[in-house]
Design a protein around this ligand. Structure first.
Ligand code: NAD
Length: 330
């Protein structure tokens, strides 16, 4: 039923039904790395809840999944406090909604955008002191993550020493390449172990291991794309940040592109929608970011998402193809 046609009482009843369902699905997805439903099903229910809460803001509850970064903190690991929270991303499912986002920003004279692929992995944070890697963690609930330093140190793309002795917290995505995923699931299948639902869940399960040797064997990789605070860097743009991170020794995704308007963003989306199946890693959308870092800072964030970025998610039919193709190959 359309939210518009509901009375407030009906909308409240539906919101109260949706929250525990979304919470339970989120728990299975984030804590157990074993989703109970397809992402598209989760996204549709989540969007319904957002629609209700947008129409009736007084129905928002502090524990609503819309008000919290998804993810939990396992007691199996030491806790890490994220002084600067690790956020989720707002998402849109159509180019019209994306154009609205861009129009809104353009009106505020934010200038250019940086388009990036939305890597289908999980967010990690790496803390360097004077160029030495001292701590690596998961996003957790955004405020508190899990200390997985020993596991992250086994990943070849993560430098333990930077090219310059910076004190900086670098953030990005840890993912399992499609080839590693197929190999892992084939092996698990042969051993009679349950297979992972998709590369994202496999990456998350592989990072949250007690024995770093298990993580090391899982052939994970990373693309870093953010810093908690850009002051230690010399660059003041998102595109420059990616170049500077690469110069420091990180692996960054090479496909990013500066766009000046919606037409150029549109062209980037079409290009990578077409190339999606040929990439060695999974992507579930495109992220459009305001390019100027000081403007990012000025725009800030809500409790859950930055205001200076948005994820354009691929349509569900396509979103499932990669996974299904992989499952067939397995
Ligand atoms: P998200 O994964 O959709 O988006 C935010 C994340 O995108 C960031 O934390 C970051 O890790 C990642 N990212 C990848 N590339 C990036 C880039 N270039 N720049 C910035 N960030 C980048 O958000 P979320 O809140 O973690 O999770 C929501 C997603 O999880 C939805 O897609 C939802 O369908 C899925 N989910 C599914 C279930 C289920 O039961 N199937 C349950 C809960 C959540």
């Amino acid at each position: 039923p359309s939210i518009d046609k509901m009375t407030k009482r009906e909308a409240e009843k539906l919101a109260n039904e949706l929250r525990p369902v979304l919470r339970a699905w989120g728990e299975a997805y984030y804590s157990e790395d074993a989703p109970k439903v397809e992402d598209a099903v989760y996204d549709q229910k989540y969007a319904q809840l957002v629609a209700i809460e947008t129409k009736y803001p007084d129905l928002i509850t502090p524990d609503s999944p819309t008000q919290n970064v998804g993810g939990s903190v396992s007691t199996d690991f030491a806790k890490v406090n994220h002084d600067i929270p690790m956020l989720s991303l707002g998402d849109v499912f159509s180019k019209e909604e994306l154009a609205d986002f861009v129009d809104h920003i353009t009106e505020n004279e934010a200038g250019t955008y940086n388009c990036e692929l939305k890597i289908d992995g999980l967010a990690i944070s790496l803390r360097y002191e004077h160029g030495h890697l001292v701590q690596g963690s998961t996003r957790g609930n955004g405020q508190i993550g899990e200390d997985i330093t020993a596991n992250l140190k086994t990943i070849p793309s993560i430098p333990t020493e930077l090219k310059r002795p910076l004190t900086v917290e670098v953030r990005g995505e840890c993912y399992m390449p499609k080839a590693s995923f197929i190999e892992l699931n084939n092996k698990r299948d042969a051993e009679g172990k349950p297979v992972f639902a998709n590369p994202r869940n496999a990456a998350a399960g592989s990072l949250r291991q007690q024995d770093p040797r298990v993580t090391a064997a899982r052939k994970l990789s990373t693309f870093m794309y953010n810093v908690a605070d850009f002051d230690p860097l010399t660059t003041r743009t998102q595109s420059g940040l990616l170049t500077e991170l690469a110069e420091l020794g990180f692996t960054t995704n090479p496909t990013n592109r500066v766009a000046h308007n919606m037409e150029e963003i549109d062209a980037y989306i079409d290009e990578y929608t077409g190339q999606r199946d040929d990439l060695a890693y999974g992507i579930d959308g495109i992220v459009v970011k305001v390019n100027a870092l000081p403007v990012q800072r000025e725009m800030g964030a809500t409790v859950k998402v930055p205001r200076w970025a948005i994820a354009y998610k691929f349509p569900p039919e396509e979103a499932e193809t990669v996974v299904h193709q992989i499952e067939w190959t397995v």
